[in-house]
Design a protein around this ligand. Sequence first.
Ligand SMILES: [Cu+2]
Length: 120
Amino acid sequence: MKRIILLLTVAALVVVSTLFVVSAVGAHKQPKAHKHPTRTVLIKNFRFQPANITIKRGTKVRWINRDSAPHTASALNPRRFDSGRLGKGQRYSHTFKSAGKKRYLCKIHPHMRGSVVVKR
Ligand SMILES: [Cu+2]
């Protein structure tokens, strides 16, 4: 009887430790699931920072307005993307699905310019 209890205890320990290892490995692998991480462009001091970025197709770009003044991130080709007016602290994201160089500006301050180069 003691032997059975011992065997059951060992079996239980094996199961628990296996589950622990599997969950630890799973948790470790999760960040890699994001093949194309989000890229952030800050809008700060009336500039896009960084103004020019290169990304892979399928990457999401997120603009965050860190100024008190409102800004936009608007593609020169208006069909591509347009954040609309972003107030202080507001953000906008767009996922780029086609390759090429996309230039954009702030419609409120048209001297503010940036570009996103999308690679295949
Ligand atoms: Cu602006």
